[in-house]
Write a protein that binds this ligand. Structure first.
Ligand code: PLP
Length: 407
């Protein structure tokens, strides 16, 4: 943990705000959605942050998530439950991507996915606000991160996931101390059960964007990118979009950084990448709608983005449109081919959702949405090791003559 903090027992949070009506909510109280049923956004006294620290202060600190402490909501440092949240590297993908393509490899975070960023923050805040029992619907990675952090600070967790969630996710959730249930439905069906229990007062609802602090954790992706790019943002970001927390969080980060005077007004084009078997945001983007309707019969190999309905739909669509980017759908075959290309040509094992961003990048290149000179960031949101890989069945019998030419 950083020693040289200016904000050891203070946060610069002033209040929370409804993302659709702007209605104000008190800090230091437990909140779910706003009264309008929409996500709450955390607001900071950025003038005070600017007076307290500079870009140099940040750069002098260890490169972990907590170097951004003044732009994060946790009041008491003792409430931080850490498993070692590193700044993730930007890995060039020169062969399967191109000369200016970098992968932000989020698979290196605790529990092997970027869900750790959101959940480390949300759990710290839950601890700070006295929550003792949490329930959550998940496609796998969020449940794993919740289980790990909540177990670490003694919060009880119940996790519901679709019954076809990747086996390794279900087991890691159980192994890390949550009670996990497979539900014969999709993530929003799981969410409905969690919501019902919450309304009966059984637990606190940790669904994506239904508590305010996951966005703040995911925001650190945008803060990191700014620092890693020397306080000048890349030209385009390809983000695999389910609930969209990361895209919304990065967009918020860029705003806050500009208000601090740490970056200018230029923004990357934001590309929300979805699977063609579950593309509610793409459909709404193309129809010019502000909200996205539920996608029926959602199906894709990229389980992390199989989200038929997102409460933050309008925030995703707004950010994508304001940035001059686009919402794009990618078919599963293109996604799997991209995973294979990155692994076999560049030695980087992507998760399917990360593969979808590589496939989308090539689609965008072909249609002129980006060009080869653009500095592009693709998000690999989880370690490729969590997902099934093609068989490698060849065996060698050491008791027989070895045909060395055939090896
Ligand atoms: C959760 C998840 C996503 C989607 O992230 P959001 O910010 O919720 O849109 C993408 N890929 C993987 C592997 C995930 O676990």
């Amino acid at each position: 943990m950083n020693e040289n903090l200016t904000a050891d027992r203070e946060t610069f949070v002033t209040h929370l705000e409804c993302s659709i009506t702007g209605e104000r909510y008190e800090a230091d109280q437990l909140h779910g959605l706003s009264r309008a049923g929409r996500p709450l956004l955390v607001r900071y006294d950025l003038d005070a942050v600017r007076a307290a620290i500079s870009r140099d202060t940040i750069e002098a600190r260890p490169t972990d998530l907590w170097r951004w402490r003044e732009l994060l909501p946790v009041r008491e440092t003792s409430n931080i439950v850490s498993l070692g949240e590193i700044e993730t590297p930007l890995v060039p993908l020169t062969k399967s991507g191109g000369p200016n393509v970098l992968v932000k490899d989020e698979g290196r975070l605790p529990t092997g996915s970027f869900k750790a960023r959101g959940l480390v923050m949300a759990v710290a805040m839950a601890k700070e606000l006295g929550v003792t029992k949490i329930a959550m619907p998940t496609n796998g990675n969020a449940g794993a991160a919740l289980a790990a952090y909540a177990t670490r600070c003694g919060i009880e967790t119940i996790v519901l996931c679709p019954d076809d969630t990747p086996e390794i996710n279900v087991r890691e959730i159980a192994m890390q101390g949550a009670r996990v249930w497979r539900v014969n439905g999709l993530i929003d069906d799981c969410g409905a059960i969690v919501g019902k229990g919450a309304s009966e007062g059984r637990w606190f609802d940790f669904s994506t964007l239904k508590e305010p602090y996951r966005i703040e954790g995911k925001k650190t992706m945008g803060l990191e990118l700014a620092a890693q790019f020397g306080w000048k943002l890349p030209d385009a970001i390809f983000y695999p979009t389910g609930g969209g927390t990361g895209l919304i969080g990065m967009w918020k980060a860029f705003d806050e950084l500009e208000q601090l005077g740490w970056i200018g007004s230029e923004r990357p084009k934001m590309f929300a990448v979805q699977a063609s078997g579950c593309a509610p945001i793409v459909r709404a983007f193309e129809a010019g709608e502000e909200h996205a309707e539920r996608w029926e019969d959602a199906s894709t190999v990229a389980a992390g983005i199989r989200v038929p309905k997102a409460v933050g739909d309008f925030l995703i669509l707004r950010a994508v449109r304001e940035s001059g980017g686009q919402a794009m759908a990618v078919g599963d075959p293109a996604t799997l081919k991209a995973v294979e290309a990155a692994a076999k040509q560049d030695g980087l094992l992507l998760c399917p959702e990360g593969g979808a961003t590589l496939a989308a990048y090539h689609q965008a290149l072909n249609t002129g949405l980006v060009d080869e000179d653009d500095r592009v960031v693709l998000f690999n949101c989880a370690t490729g090791l969590k997902y099934p890989m093609p068989e490698a069945p060849q065996a060698l019998d050491r008791t027989r003559p070895i045909d060395f030419d055939a090896l």
